[in-house]
Design a protein around this ligand. Sequence first.
Ligand code: HAM
Length: 466
Amino acid sequence: MAERKQFRAIKGTRDILPPDSSLWNWFERAAREVFESYNFGEIRLPIFENTDLFARSIGEETDVVSKEMFAFYDPFTPDELYWKSLEHSLSVKPLEGESQAAWLAKVRQEFEKRPKGEVLSLRPEATASVCRAYIEHGMQTLPGNVKLYYIGPMFRRERPQKGRYRQFYQIGAEVLGQSDAPAIDAEVLEMLSVFFARVGLTRTMLYVNSIGDKNCRPQYVELLREELRKVKDQLREDSQRRIETNPLRVLDSKVPEEQPIIEKLPRISDHLCEACREHFAKLKDELKLRNIRYEENWRLVRGLDYYTRTTFEVTAEGLGSQNAVCGGGRYDGLVELLGGPPTKGIGFAIGSDRAILSIQEGGKAPALGGLSVFTAWMGAPAYLAAVSIARKLRGAGVSVELPPEELKFKKALGLADKLGARYALIIGEDEVAAGTFTLKRLADADQRKFSEPELLEYLESERRGT
Ligand code: HAM
């Protein structure tokens, strides 16, 4: 007998059930509406890609690539299957004038030549995929800037905790093209703030920074490295290692003892080249012009290597330590790094799990639809009327529950109540005889009789009003 086994969702993954899923749909619908009003179009991307795409874009030394990717080897044709098909062809088609051994040796030679598998990864983020798609589809020939958004799951093998999952969800947007005008950065941030206001995510803080470009950042990084070497003994192991691998990431440290040391380090804002300084100044002017509140944070370096110049993050309340609900920035040169034409890029990704949690914790989640009508029918003739009216009401967009088996009147009303229905639609012998319906509002037991057209009109107009 097979062992009894209870399956559970894998650590760091979860099911999103009704009614929460309605809230998720509402949240994603709002993003689509806002982003499309800024002329962004949706891109649907694969869930897995070649691992090298992520390694090259995000950086080999980053936590995401070095520790957190769900990578797997895809051998194209599983060896066993391959051999089975060979054996099969040998058994049905012996070769003339050739020994089986000679044939087999030839086959083996062919087998060794077969395409080797490749290492794939579940996507830990989607900016790399967007750039890959931009190149693959020659989007640089499209008119104007290419403005894309995406919604979907991402995967990182992180230690799960509140607001941190191994399968989490992002809503992201990217602008790719020839221009790096600061107005693009500002418009992206405006769109983000319009979206957050729309979904009631108001207790947020936007932090911005510029981390320079290839002209000024290398010198700054070297200076930072030299300064860090001087205080190496006072740093923890992680930071000590990063002095050599990626000194900027030391600025990200949350270790309390390291904070006073980090505060005294040289700041990138004092070491930007003229062009980067000007770009950042213009961005700040643009943000003021658009009434977008922000704070400068010189330590905002982000955990992915592709960023240049503008970086930003939004934090929200009610989330504990995992309080970043959105991160983003410029990545001019990433498309080129992946073998495409010189291209500028900027974008962001919102962590939906955290954003929705913060909306819920702030008490701002809207009351969404839910069940409107529970049909309480009694007797076979009433059942016919119930099936017919249920279909018509559903056609008019009203949410209707039709019990598949006859229930006693009290039981039907009890179930309607438990399901959270607004109304019970009562159809009994009297109603069938008179060709009417009795609609009972469950909140206050107010009860009225309707003809079919009246009922449809009443419930439809009520639906539009809510
Ligand atoms: P990121 O900062 O790695 O940026 O992720 C963006 C957001 O995704 C985070 O602020 C957070 O809300 C959410 N997030 C990340 N990891 C987890 C997790 N394990 N559990 C729950 N939520 C998480 C990016 O991914 C970049 N691709 C953003 C970007 C787009 N930059 C330019 N364009």
